[in-house]
Design a protein around this ligand. Structure first.
Ligand SMILES: *[C@@H]1O[C@H](CO)[C@@H](O)[C@H](O)[C@H]1NC(C)=O
Ligand SMILES: *[C@@H]1O[C@H](CO)[C@@H](O)[C@H](O)[C@H]1NC(C)=O
Ligand SMILES: [Zn+2]
Length: 376
């Protein structure tokens, strides 16, 4: 998750209006090491050096780094509307889903998060960031191997940088459309991205372990969905939603239909003094899917949900799916603004005042229920 500062955004957007970018310019500037950055909806992206890009991150300015996904001579803009591929059901498998929810293990989540936060950082260009991908591939792969009848597979989705994304797939008895639950596995220390300490416990170790434990619990239950379910851990979210953009673009190019995409990015913090609540992001999401998500929370979680203030342009990986015209949603740890202030630093640990294991446990329940109700 990234923070936003809208005034700076307006200034930058005003400076960045220009014509679409040709293939020649794209190749030449990319070869020079420049990055193509989309800062604002409906405005052409602009070239930045790596240092300028890092300055934007430090200024809490959200963006897509579109260097590797930009189509020459096109406007890079979010779709304003698209036909939903599915109408969403009301939750109707309470006994089956509640039985799986009972088997969710908080101690598994704690051990997964212990391993993820033990990497010095999970930066997308660092060796420890790459090792974190290997750990997720191995851990999810071991889970899949325990339940061979599921047919589940786990693979790395390779990128041009060292840290791969990861896709764990539970095949359907029919071919599609696929239900996707995502989180980003990278972390960042903004003062020293490559070498600095960045445990990323909340951002987004929490969502990453929600996915791992939901994947495990579903497979252990013998879950055989009618349509495929995928758990995806994205590389390079903090550097401009890199992994999710690459995957969403590849799905679009392959003609893959997506029933729903739910992003879990920061699920473990409850601001002291506030009411514990799930914040549903209202922007860059599909309204029908969001209504379904609210009913999943009503049915399966102890917590109430509320509509959060907007998190703005390019705030997390759901936006990469939205940009490709796929329905997405994002249940957040709080109302936007009441979220963890210590992310992107050495202090994003489980000992933060406000870090709550029982809070993040609710998002594993939501992941299980979302996968089951849409997949079955
Ligand atoms: C990592 O995971 C293993 C296996 O689940 C567990 O035994 C170990 O305690 C974990 N490490 C940390 C640092 O939590
Ligand atoms: C980044 O890492 C260094 C070294 O681990 C640490 O001293 C520093 O506090 C970190 N920066 C932030 C913003 O946490
Ligand atoms: Zn995040």
């Amino acid at each position: 998750m990234k923070l936003s500062s809208s005034l700076l955004g307006l200034v930058l957007a005003a400076l960045s209006v220009r014509a679409a970018i040709s293939e020649i310019e794209l190749k030449a500037n990319t070869a020079k090491g420049l990055r193509l950055i989309s800062l604002e909806d409906g405005v052409d992206p602009v070239w930045k050096t790596e240092d300028e890009k890092l300055e934007l991150m430090r200024a809490h300015r959200n963006f897509f780094d579109v260097t590797e996904v930009y189509e020459p001579n096109t406007a890079f803009a979010s779709p304003k509307s698209f036909a939903p591929l599915a109408t969403y059901p009301s939750p109707s498998h309470q006994s089956a889903v509640n039985a799986i929810i009972q088997t969710i293990s908080l101690s598994n989540m704690q051990s997964y998060l212990g391993n993820l936060t033990a990497f010095n950082n999970r930066y997308y260009k660092s060796t420890t960031g790459a090792a974190a991908t290997d750990w997720i591939v191995k851990t999810a792969g071991d889970i899949a191997a325990r339940y061979p009848a599921s047919g589940a597979t786990v693979s790395a989705f390779k990128h041009s940088w060292v840290q791969g994304s990861i896709i764990a797939r539970i095949p359907g008895t029919t071919s599609g459309p696929v239900t996707i639950i995502g989180a980003h596995m990278d972390s960042i220390n903004l003062s020293n991205p490559t070498n600095g300490r960045a445990p990323g416990a909340d951002d987004d170790g929490s969502g990453s372990v929600n996915l791992m434990e939901a994947f495990r619990a579903l497979l252990a239950s013998g879950f055989k969905p009618r349509t495929p379910v995928e758990f995806q851990w994205y590389s390079g979210e903090e550097a401009g939603l890199l992994g999710s953009q690459a995957i969403a673009k590849s799905y679009k190019a392959a003609g893959t239909q997506v029933k729903a995409m739910m992003q879990l990015d920061m699920t473990a913090y409850v601001k002291p003094g506030t009411k514990e609540v799930i914040g549903l992001m209202p922007d860059y999401i599909d309204a029908g899917l969001n209504t379904f998500l609210g009913s999943v929370i009503d049915t399966y979680s102890l917590l109430d949900w509320t509509t959060s203030p907007k998190c703005g342009y390019a705030c997390s990986d759901h936006a990469s799916w939205y940009n490709q015209g796929y329905p997405s949603c994002l249940p957040f740890e709080s109302r936007y603004g009441d979220d963890n202030p210590l992310i992107h630093s050495a202090s994003d640990t489980t000992s933060v005042n406000g870090f709550s294991w029982t809070h993040t446990l609710e998002y594993t329940k939501i992941a299980v229920a979302f996968a089951y109700e849409l997949g079955i």
